[in-house]
Design a protein around this ligand. Structure first.
Ligand code: FAD
Length: 462
């Protein structure tokens, strides 16, 4: 029988715009003492502050916590959203994260953002998270796909998705800090959720149910355990679920840039020989009315050196990678983040009373900004299955129900992984024959509105 100790380990890479370490960094370093926790503390909520108050009593008497239907390990964007979605529908959820989950953080700009597609936006609305975003999301209404070399104008063959291809924005740029603030606030205020963070859990899974033991001595039972603990998922490896990894030899530089001219809600995906360069339109601020996020993938050996350049040289390198002067003069804003890129997938998503979701199940190249969106699609499918099971009085950890989830999500996720992998390999090279063929390919798609619309529909998760 598997037996799991979830202990502190270096955090997994993740995110666009990266996430694991953020909470600790913010909590410990940058803005100590600014949380407004008292506003959100409820009796069934064990935040760092409330937990520390009750902790002495727990360690002396070690009472059990209430049993739940579902225990989620990992309160990143996927685990956190899933918890809210299930709880608003009446499912009792406990969520455990080794990091602190302050209900409110000082909203300082950190330069990272997620592109959230239309389908996942609806999920965030249903879970009450979208309306709690403290900062406006920026719509993406136009996407230009071009090919080129640094310092040269983009090829004259291009692909453009415009407002006519979808009758709503393709997606929204949501600042990472805004999503985090909204998510943590919802976790702490939604009925039916017990938040256990920072906490370490030992999970013992048996065919009749799972026992979750916290390091401080408290324990509870759940019908189902969901691993949402990111790329380096401990639950996945302890369950012996094999993982396949693909490496790209690329590292992404992620940051925000202010620019001279408005982006008009337009995004750019510019393919360069060393890796794709993406510009994504963000909502402006008083200080920077024209603002975008960039995800610049380059060779491992060069990326850190580019990221360490002084502002003026960094800005010049960014301008050289835009393929045009569309946005004018560029100024880097805030911190620069560096993420080595790889893809990976779990060979299966289930084990006894266990499911994998989000990056614990799959991690893809950020070329199409779909990583988190895939995780959100997992939880759209999973919450449908769990809500139906709950309504019918089914055992939420029953093998048939877990198999339904895997059958619904894994094939589509594998397809997206293969597509992003192929796109990166096709475009990250300078072979003139391949260059001509791919330029004709993108220009061909540009001329086929029905195909364009089909692509758009899929990417939007509709
Ligand atoms: C450069 C880059 C750009 C990207 N851009 C985009 C984009 O534009 N759009 C998009 O959709 N996606 C994007 N992604 C992908 C996206 O960042 C990830 O898919 C997303 O963060 C995964 O969320 P998650 O909740 O599954 O995992 P994570 O964000 O990794 O969260 C895991 C959580 O589990 C907790 N945890 C870990 N281990 C334990 C443990 N043992 N016990 C308890 N808790 C634990 C962590 O503290 C954390 O809170 C990008 C990724 C990269 C690298």
């Amino acid at each position: 029988m598997p037996d799991y100790w979830l202990i502190d380990e270096p955090s997994s890479l993740v995110f666009l715009l990266g996430w694991d370490k953020r909470r600790k960094v913010v909590a410990r370093g940058q803005f100590p003492g600014v949380y407004l926790r008292a506003m959100f503390v409820r009796t069934n909520v064990m935040t760092a502050s409330s937990a520390s108050v009750v902790h002495t009593a727990f360690t002396s008497s070690r009472p059990s916590l209430p049993n739940v239907d579902v225990c989620i390990i990992g309160a990143g964007p996927v685990g956190g959203s899933l918890a809210c979605r299930l709880a608003v529908a009446g499912i009792r959820v406990a969520i455990v994260d080794r990091a602190d989950l302050p209900p409110m953080e000082h909203p300082d700009f950190d330069g990272r953002a997620y592109a959230i597609a239309a389908g996942p936006k609806k999920l965030l609305e249903d879970a009450g998270i979208w309306d709690a975003l403290p900062l406006p999301a920026g719509p993406i209404e136009d996407i230009l796909v071009t090919d080129g070399r640094p310092g040269e104008p983009a090829s004259s063959l291009f692909l453009e998705f415009t407002r006519e291809d979808a009758h709503q924005p393709f997606g929204w740029m949501v600042e990472a800090r805004a999503l985090r603030v909204a998510l943590n606030a919802q976790l702490h205020t939604t009925p039916n959720i017990t938040v256990l963070a920072p906490a370490e859990a030992k999970v013992v899974r048996k065919s009749e149910g799972a026992d979750i033991h916290l390091k401080d001595g408290r324990s509870f039972k759940a019908s189902l355990v969901i691993a949402a603990d990111g790329r380096k998922s401990r639950l996945r490896s302890e369950a012996g679920i094999p993982l396949t990894k693909l490496s790209y030899g690329q590292t992404a530089i992620v940051c925000a840039i202010a620019h001279e001219f408005p982006h008009d809600n337009g995004a750019l995906e510019h393919f360069l020989p060393a890796g794709p360069f993406a510009q994504l339109p963000m909502a402006g601020t008083d200080e920077h009315p024209y603002l975008s996020a960039i995800v610049w993938s380059d060779k491992d050996a060069l990326a850190q050196r580019f990221a360490d350049l002084p502002d003026d040289l960094f800005a010049r390198e960014v301008e050289r990678r835009m393929g045009s002067n569309r946005l004018g003069k560029v100024t880097p804003v805030g911190r620069r983040w560096v993420y080595p890129l790889s893809a990976q997938y779990a060979q299966r998503y289930t084990d006894t009373r266990l499911l994998l979701v989000g990056d614990a199940a799959h991690g893809i190249h950020p070329i199409a900004g779909q990583g988190l969106n895939l995780g959100f699609r997992d939880i759209i499918a999973l919450s449908d299955i769990l809500l139906a099971g709950h309504a019918n009085g089914e055992d939420l950890g029953a093998p048939a129900l877990l198999a339904r989830y895997q059958a619904r999500c894994r094939p589509a996720n594998m397809l997206m992984l293969a597509a992003t992998d192929a796109l990166d390999r096709l475009f990250s090279n300078d072979n003139p024959v391949i260059r001509l063929a791919r330029d004709m390919g993108i220009a061909g798609v540009h001329r086929l509105p029905r195909l364009r619309k089909a692509f758009v529909k899929h990417a939007m998760g509709l």
